[in-house]
Design a protein around this ligand. Structure first.
Ligand SMILES: [Zn+2]
Length: 349
């Protein structure tokens, strides 16, 4: 899971401030090798020009779109169009790896902490409803091979650079575990292996039309489903059924029964790639996701195969990293779409 270097921090601490902390080192001490092997100090301006040239070389576009893929169950016999077979899931991960995507977590995406190599594209893998088909561990903590987790780890082992990270949006049905100690065991394993745990509310109720008090209560209870098991505050929320409460902001921040939540992002259930977190299009209260499915029926245009085809055909619209987590690099032509809160990190070419 390289690429973060000295800037890596815990997901809970991810923030613009963390990025700012990373920014403070290195700039004016950059050195390059001179032709005769001597080491020559370069000015900050020269260093910035060199970075811009490097960003241009890989056509970095950190204002481009990011696919956030949404999975539910991974089962041999799909019962709904949300289900994928192990073979379908594996094939999609292999496609992502072959098209230079590198997984990041929903927490990393929403907080703008995208630390992947130059020329690569971020993809967010999200799993809803915490079913055993996603995560099952044996008595020694080894993931079952045909679960989503087992397949992701296997593909990552075979494709160097494909980070085995994902975000699991858990509910009270915690991977089929009912005993509190079993719940703690499975959540601890995921947390300690670098997986992101997000809130999907405790009881998976539709929040549309509910009162502010009811919305706060259900989200806070879901927050506690995670926080009550591991020392981690979820950074993001996925709305049940993708339905926003009547006032969107109620999902982003609130409190009930002594639990306070404040999210970097709230995720929907459809139907397009998501805006770069550095772009003016980014709306933390409603981040779109893409259902994993082939081009058929309702999915001819708006599910994963269709959108991955589209992003491949439109590289100028896709997020491409410059390889430096401390900068937000993009072609000058796109500068109008750079979010002001990240302007201190902007590197246009
Ligand atoms: Zn759900």
């Amino acid at each position: 899971m390289g690429g973060f270097g000295v800037c890596r921090t815990g997901a809970a601490a991810l923030s613009v401030l963390a990025l700012a902390g990373c920014m403070s080192s290195g700039e004016d001490t950059a050195k390059v090798a001179a032709p005769k092997g001597a080491v020559k100090a370069v000015s900050p301006q020269e260093a910035k020009q060199a970075k811009a040239a490097a960003a241009a070389k890989v056509k970095a576009n950190e204002l481009g779109q990011v696919p956030v893929l949404m999975y539910h169950r991974v089962v041999p016999k799909p019962e709904t169009s949300d289900d994928r077979t192990p073979a379908q899931f594996r094939a999609e991960l292999e496609r992502l790896a072959s098209e230079d995507y590198v997984p990041i977590t929903a927490a990393e995406y929403a907080t703008g902490k995208i630390g992947i190599p130059a020329g690569k594209h971020p993809v967010v893998l999200t799993f809803d409803d915490s079913s055993p088909s996603q995560v099952t561990l044996d008595g020694m903590g080894v993931p079952a091979p045909d679960t989503a987790l087992g397949i992701l780890l296997d593909v990552a082992a075979k494709k160097p650079g494909f980070r085995p990270v994902a975000t699991f949006y858990v509910t009270g049905d915690m991977f089929g575990k009912e005993r509190p100690d079993e719940q703690t065991q499975i959540m601890t394993w995921l947390h300690e292996h670098g997986f992101d745990l997000g809130n999907h509310t405790r009881d998976h109720l539709n929040l549309r039309g509910k009162s502010k008090e009811q919305v706060n209560k259900e989200i806070a209870a879901g927050h506690q489903v995670v926080k009550g098991r591991i020392p981690f505050d979820p950074v993001t929320l996925a709305l049940p059924y993708g339905n926003q409460p009547n006032t969107k902001a109620w999902a982003l921040r609130g409190a009930a029964n002594g639990t306070r939540y404040s999210y970097g992002g709230v995720f929907l259930a459809g139907y397009t790639p998501a805006a770069s977190p550095f772009s003016t299009d980014f709306d933390p209260m409603g981040i779109p996701r893409i259902k994993s499915q082939e081009k058929k029926g309702d999915c001819v245009k708006f599910c994963s195969t269709a959108w991955l085809d589209w992003l491949k055909a439109h590289p100028d619209e896709r997020f491409t990293s410059d390889g430096d987590i401390r900068t937000v690099a993009y072609p000058k032509f796109k500068a109008a779409f750079g979010a002001k809160r990240y302007s201190a990190y902007a590197l246009s070419y």
